[in-house]
Design a protein around this ligand. Structure first.
Ligand code: ADP
Length: 276
């Protein structure tokens, strides 16, 4: 009888546990569904706004033949700007989805970080041709160990962080890039600026999709709010981390990320030779 009761208690406990797990799973699925709905709503909103502007501009151009040449130019360039914004949004959104799905095949290889930084800097300068940039100081020398990363994606991360640093720093300000050895197997890259800074309670939120400090700023800075989320996903792909640091408004910002050092494997034979 005791055995039977014990078995019954065991079965009841297993059932209760299974029920709790099922409830957990249900809650997780509901949370996932809420995230998906939010994402669809946000993406829809982000795309609808520039699309409406394009429509208004084109309608005015089509229906007002007496519009001044000056106003025509304004309408056209506004429509073009918003079309470009939509293109960037779709492109960034697709990149992020691709990264989040885990379907990217990383091409990890030994790389010279200073070369990657130079390449990223040339992209940033090319994108800002004609525009004034704050002074950029590159403190990375060539005597650092090789890193193990996917060069194309690493240059994306560097260029994005440098772009942001320049975007949120006045031309009289400064942007710097440094590297230090974090531990034996990774380097820590830091991009710092003397710009508008980040409130301490926003240091984590800036990595959320579509986070931008204020709506009005969006147009002037031309971003999509997806750049930092993309950087985090890329680095996560190789076990790297990224985080932000700032003392607050107008105190500048620092973005740090880690990247693994290339660890040369000593062939087995050589090890044996060395020990003999
Ligand atoms: P965006 O395309 O808007 O730049 P990001 O994901 O790159 O999108 O950045 C998200 C937000 O984080 C920015 O809109 C800005 O509010 C804040 N941010 C990013 N980098 C900096 C920086 N260097 N200084 C101050 N704020 C920053």
């Amino acid at each position: 009888l005791v055995n039977a009761i014990a078995t019954q208690i065991g079965v009841t406990l297993i059932q209760a546990e299974a029920y709790a797990n099922l409830q957990d799973l249900n809650e997780q699925l509901e949370a996932l569904d809420r995230t998906r709905s939010n994402l669809v709503a946000i993406t829809g909103h982000e795309l609808r706004t520039p699309l409406s502007t394009i429509q208004v501009c084109l309608e005015s151009l089509a229906t007002e033949p007496d519009m001044s040449l000056e106003l025509r130019q304004v309408m056209l360039s506004t429509a073009l700007q918003d079309a470009e914004r939509m293109r960037k949004l779709v492109q960034d959104f697709l990149t992020l989805s691709q990264l989040e799905s885990g379907r990217i095949e990383w091409n990890l290889e030994p790389l010279d970080l200073s070369e990657c930084v130079e390449l990223a800097l040339s992209h940033v300068r090319a994108r800002n041709r004609g525009g004034n940039l704050p002074q950029i100081h590159n403190f990375i020398n060539t005597e650092i160990p090789l890193i193990q990363a996917d060069g194309e994606w690493l240059v994306e991360v560097l260029a994005k962080l440098l772009d942001n640093a320049c975007k949120f720093t006045p031309v009289e300000g400064e942007v710097s890039i440094r590297v230090r050895s974090n531990n034996i197997d990774s380097l820590e890259v830091t991009i710092s600026d003397t710009g508008r800074g980040i409130e301490p309670n926003r240091l984590e939120t800036v990595f959320d999709r579509f986070y931008q400090e204020e709506g009005a700023l969006r147009r002037s800075t031309g971003g999509t709010g997806l750049g930092l989320a993309i950087c985090r996903q890329i680095l996560k792909g190789w076990g790297g981390q990224i985080w932000a640091e700032s003392e607050g408004k107008n105190q500048g910002s620092k973005f740090h990320f880690t990247v693994p050092i290339f660890l040369e494997k000593i062939p087995r034979q050589t090890q044996e030779n060395q020990s003999s």
